[in-house]
Design a protein around this ligand. Structure first.
Ligand SMILES: [Zn+2]
Length: 400
């Protein structure tokens, strides 16, 4: 990938920006689309991404006066509040559960209202509703595939730390057709996140059970790319690292892990074969981790890979006229992380030596609202100030 030139001075960050000022402008809105329902729903999550991260990435790639990132060109733009049921500042579990199930949850809960260590109410998720409607389903992430954001769409557990149980539910409860990401995490045994109520399986058993149920199991990009994606009824479990995938800025020659854009394309190639359509969630999981680390190299690498994944989705949508009219695409961050801001420089802009000076206010999530970009059937409801639970309502209405 493109080399990222950065240096950190105290909390301030200086980076050189790119050169080109390509064409600007957005993708056009089609009024007639809103009268249709969505055959396909593609939900893309740049985890922890604030608007300032978008600005920094755009300046780095294209200059202050340069072309927009791909998702910025989507025709409908709104923003959402992100608080959870028990906290002004959300975590990824509560935030993704709000999208997935349309209700506020406590931090740490995975589409489950819990008491002690048990789920007392587990409302159906948009992935499950799509499945009930005959659609294929998929989850793609650069974290463990059982991490909080994908988990909230495909499982119900009291704690995000019960990752092996989340993996079991993906396979045994929801038969999710496409699962591509890092590994399957473990069930925590710590006293604050005890998963002892979910006995009986380890990670290897989840994989063995998946294979017994007909899943094709792959562990490298080459294996993933050699899958015959037009086989009817194909189910794929792709686990490419024991933990999260290797960050973009640390990828070395010869690495066997796929990148997020490749996984996204593979998921689409498989899911498109379902006649009733599909629900797909794609997460750029480590945009959040880069901000926790206040690391601009890490941040830009993950942002660029996420935007390339959006480009894959847009190329897929634009490949056939029908897809533009029957596919709801939403790009939304679950929360902002780190309080990133661009403080400078002041002065002349738009030359090749321009610099960005940026800083963070902290290393954890913030409560600032996040942007929601969208297109396709139902998206006319997303161009306003919203709560994160509203996104569920729009997705649910669109697939009815
Ligand atoms: Zn985080």
């Amino acid at each position: 990938m493109k080399k990222i030139y950065l240096s950190i001075v105290a909390t301030a960050v200086i980076l050189s920006c790119g050169q080109a000022m390509a064409e600007k402008g957005g993708r056009h809105h089609d009024e007639h689309i809103n009268e249709r329902s969505a055959k396909n729903v593609i939900f893309m999550v740049p985890d922890g991404m604030g608007l300032s991260n978008v600005t920094a990435t755009r300046i780095f790639l294209n200059g202050p006066n340069g072309d927009r990132l791909s998702f910025e060109k989507l025709p409908t733009i709104g923003y959402q509040s992100t608080h959870s049921a028990d906290s002004t500042v959300t975590d990824s579990a509560a935030a993704a559960s709000a999208w997935a199930a349309g209700e506020k949850f406590n931090n740490g809960e995975i589409s489950c209202h819990s008491e002690d260590t048990f789920c007392i109410e587990s409302p159906a998720t948009i992935l499950e509703l799509a499945k009930q409607a005959g659609k294929a389903t998929g989850l793609v992430a650069t974290s463990t595939i059982t991490h909080a954001t994908p988990a909230s769409f495909g499982a119900h557990v009291n704690s995000r730390k019960c990752e092996t149980e989340i993996g079991r539910q993906y396979i045994e409860e929801n038969s999710i057709d496409v699962l591509l990401g890092g590994g399957i995490g473990s069930n925590s045994t710590s006293s604050s996140y005890n998963c002892a109520q979910y006995p009986g399986q380890d990670r290897d058993a989840v994989i063995t059970n998946a294979q017994a149920q007909g899943y094709t199991y792959v562990t490298t990009a080459d294996e993933m790319n050699s899958i015959a994606t037009d086989d009817a009824g194909l189910k794929v479990l792709g686990l490419f690292n024991a933990g999260g995938l290797t960050p973009e800025y640390l990828r070395a020659d010869g690495i066997t892990e796929p990148r997020l854009p490749e996984m996204t394309k593979t998921a689409l190639d498989i899911l498109e074969d379902n006649q009733a359509g599909f629900f797909l969630m794609v997460e750029g999981s480590q945009i959040d981790w880069a901000s926790h680390a206040n690391d601009p190299d890490y941040q830009l690498g993950e942002m660029i890979a996420f935007d390339e994944s959006v480009q894959e989705v847009l190329a897929w949508i634009d490949a056939e006229p029908d897809r533009r009219h029957n596919t709801l695409l939403i790009v939304a961050a679950d929360h902002e992380t780190g309080g990133h801001a661009i403080n400078g420089p002041y002065g002349t802009l738009s030359n090749e030596d321009e610099l960005i000076e940026a800083a963070w206010t902290g290393t954890d999530h913030t409560a600032t609202d996040t942007v929601v970009w969208s297109q396709g059937p139902g998206s006319h409801e997303l161009g306003r100030a919203m709560d994160n639970t509203d996104l569920f309502t729009v997705m649910e209405d669109s697939i009815e």
